[in-house]
Design a protein around this ligand. Structure first.
Ligand code: SF4
Ligand code: SF4
Length: 72
């Protein structure tokens, strides 16, 4: 069962992949087709049901592009 909900501000993302590297359940990736207005492929979630709400991704993002909400 999902314990966290991750939201991306895709326009802030620079596609650095730091969030992807720190996710313990490996559910983040760069979007395959979407490109934001800065020319970057934004990060996205592959399987929202596996998010444990740890917020590692949000803490690591240098651009403040990620918000994690706890699923009560
Ligand atoms: S909150 Fe944790 S488990 Fe969920 S996407 Fe971010 S790093 Fe992965
Ligand atoms: S850490 Fe932030 S800027 Fe880097 S890919 Fe993830 S969401 Fe985008």
């Amino acid at each position: 069962m999902s314990k966290g909900l991750v939201k991306f501000d895709e326009e802030r993302c620079k596609g650095c992949e730091l969030c992807i590297s720190v996710c313990p359940v490996k559910i983040l990736k760069l979007h395959e087709t979407k490109i934001n207005s800065k020319g970057y492929r934004p990060a996205c979630v592959t399987d929202t049901s596996k998010c444990i709400g740890c917020a590692n991704c949000a803490v690591m993002c240098p651009d403040g592009a990620i918000s994690v909400y706890q699923d009560e």
